[in-house]
Design a protein around this ligand. Structure first.
Ligand code: FE2
Length: 411
C-alpha cells in the first residue's frame, strides 16, 4: 500500500509512505506505485505517530449520573458516587462500556491506552474485565493496565493484598494514591509498598500523586526519591501532581533537582484537573494544574491524559486527545507558535516514553506501520481547526477512517 503526499510530523515537504507486511517499508518523496499496489491519496495532509492516551480510567467511563450525579464537582464527591456505582459493577457491564469507549478513542486516532483500574473492590471485577479486554482487543488497541487503589492501600481493608493479587493477575503497572491515605505515614508507606511491589514483580509504576490543592501534599518527593534509589527511574510515572501548582517556589527549586535525578515521567490531565481543582478556593481560584511548562523546560518528560470520560469525576468528554491538548495549552500558558506546533508530542512521543513503547513507535522505515492522518497540513492548524483524523492505521491495517463533513457558508 502507498500513502501519497503527507507532511510527516509537521515537515514542510511531503513524503510518500510504502507499507508492506504491516511495516513501513519506504518513506521518500515521489514513490512510484507498483503494479496492483493500493494507493491512498493524502496530498497535503498531516501524518503523525498514533495518539496515545497515557492516563484514563476505562473502568469508570460512561457512568456519569449512575446512580447519582456529582453535584459539587469535587474529586471527593466523585469517589463517593463511584463507590455507589461500584456496588452494581459486573464484568459484562465493564466490558460493554470499555468497548464503547475504545471505539470512541479509535475514532479519534488513539492506538495505545494506559488505563488505571480500581482495585479497591474485594471482587476485583473491573480488573478481571480489563485484563480480558486487553487480550481481546490486542489487534486494534494496546492497553496497559495499572492496579489503582482508588480508596487507598493502607486505608482500605486488605488494600495491600488486593494490590498484590491484581499484579499477580497480570496488571502491567502498580499504582498508589498517597494524598488520599488517612495519614502522612500511610501515604509514605503506601508509596514504599508500591515501589517494592513493582520491583518484586518487574512492573512499571504509575502513582496518582498529590491530586489535591493542599500545598503540604508531598507524595511526589517520596515517589521520586524511591524511583531514584531503587533504580526504577523512568519506569516510574507521577500522575496529576496538582499540589505542585501550589508549592512555594523555593521548595519547587529544591525539588526539581531530585525530579531530574529520578528521571521519572509526569502525566498531567488538563481537562479533568481544571474541572476538579480549586474547588475549596474562594477567589482567586487556583487552576491546580501541575507545572508542565517548567518541567518540560528542565528536560523532564511530560504527557497529557484525558483521565475521565463522562464519569463521576468529569461529566463531558469523547476520548479526543485534541481536546486535551487544546485545554492543556491554555491552562499551562503554552501558546507560543512552536509550542502549539509541537504540542502533539504531549499525546504521542512523550506518552510513548511514559508507556515504555520503545523504538518500534514512530514513523520510520522498519517500524510497524502504525500512524494517523489528519485533515490539515500541520498540527497547529489541526488543533485550531479541530481537524478530523482521516485515517488510523495500526500495523498496516486501517482501523478507523472519517470523511469530513461538508459545510457551506451561503453569503
Ligand atoms: Fe486519574
Amino acid at each position: 500500500m502507498l500513502i501519497k503526499g503527507v507532511h510527516i510530523e509537521n515537515r514542510p515537504e511531503t513524503s510518500d509512505i510504502r507499507i508492506t507486511d504491516g511495516k513501513f517499508e519506504e518513506i521518500a518523496p515521489d514513490l512510484v506505485p507498483r503494479p496492483g499496489e493500493e494507493v491512498i491519496d493524502c496530498t497535503g495532509k498531516l501524518a503523525l505517530p498514533p495518539f496515545i492516551e497515557s492516563h484514563v480510567h476505562l473502568d469508570t467511563c460512561l457512568t456519569a449520573g449512575e446512580p447519582v450525579w456529582n453535584q459539587s464537582g469535587t474529586l471527593f464527591e466523585g469517589i463517593q458516587c463511584w463507590s455507589l456505582r461500584k456496588e452494581t459493577l459486573t464484568k459484562q457491564d465493564v466490558k460493554d462500556r470499555v468497548h464503547r469507549a475504545v471505539r470512541m478513542q479509535a475514532r479519534n486516532g488513539i492506538q495505545f491506552v494506559r488505563t488505571h483500574v480500581d482495585v479497591t473492590d474485594p471482587k476485583l471485577t473491573a480488573m478481571e474485565a480489563l485484563l480480558e479486554l486487553r487480550e481481546e482487543l490486542r489487534d486494534t488497541i494496546d492497553i496497559q493496565v495499572v492496579a489503582f487503589p482508588q480508596e487507598g492501600i493502607d486505608s482500605f481493608p486488605n488494600g495491600r493484598q488486593l494490590m498484590e493479587t491484581a499484579v499477580k493477575m497480570g496488571a502491567d503497572a502498580v499504582g498508589a494514591i498517597p494524598h488520599f491515605e488517612f495519614t502522612r505515614e500511610y501515604a509514605v508507606d503506601s508509596v514504599n509498598f508500591c515501589v517494592e511491589l513493582a520491583e518484586k514483580y518487574d512492573k512499571l509504576v504509575d502513582v496518582h500523586c498529590d491530586e489535591i490543592d493542599d500545598e503540604q501534599s508531598r507524595g511526589l518527593e517520596v515517589l521520586a526519591a524511591r524511583a531514584y534509589e531503587s533504580g526504577l527511574k523512568d519506569r516510574v510515572t507521577a500522575s496529576h501532581t496538582t499540589a505542585m501548582h501550589s508549592y512555594n517556589n523555593a521548595y519547587v527549586t529544591k525539588l526539581m533537582r531530585l525530579l531530574k535525578l529520578s528521571e521519572i515521567n509526569f502525566v498531567s490531565n488538563p481537562l479533568v484537573n481544571t474541572h476538579l481543582q480549586g474547588r475549596m478556593d474562594t477567589y482567586p481560584k487556583r487552576r491546580g494544574i501541575t507545572r508542565v511548562k517548567e518541567l518540560l523546560a528542565e528536560g523532564i518528560n511530560v504527557s497529557f491524559g484525558h483521565d475521565d470520560i463522562f464519569d463521576p469525576w468529569y461529566p463531558l468528554g469523547t476520548g479526543n486527545m485534541r481536546d486535551v491538548v487544546f485545554m492543556g495549552l491554555h491552562v499551562c500558558q503554552m501558546m507560543g507558535c512552536q509550542e502549539i506546533m509541537d504540542s502533539y508530542k504531549l499525546v504521542s512521543t512523550n506518552a510513548a516514553r511514559t508507556l515504555h513503547l520503545g523504538d518500534s513507535y514512530g514513523i520510520k522505515a522498519g517500524n510497524p506501520a502504525s500512524f494517523i492522518v489528519l485533515d490539515a497540513d500541520n498540527f497547529y492548524n489541526a488543533l485550531n481547526q479541530k481537524s478530523e483524523v482521516l485515517y488510523s492505521f495500526k500495523n498496516g491495517r486501517m482501523i478507523a477512517k472519517a470523511v469530513p463533513a461538508a459545510r457551506e457558508v451561503l453569503f
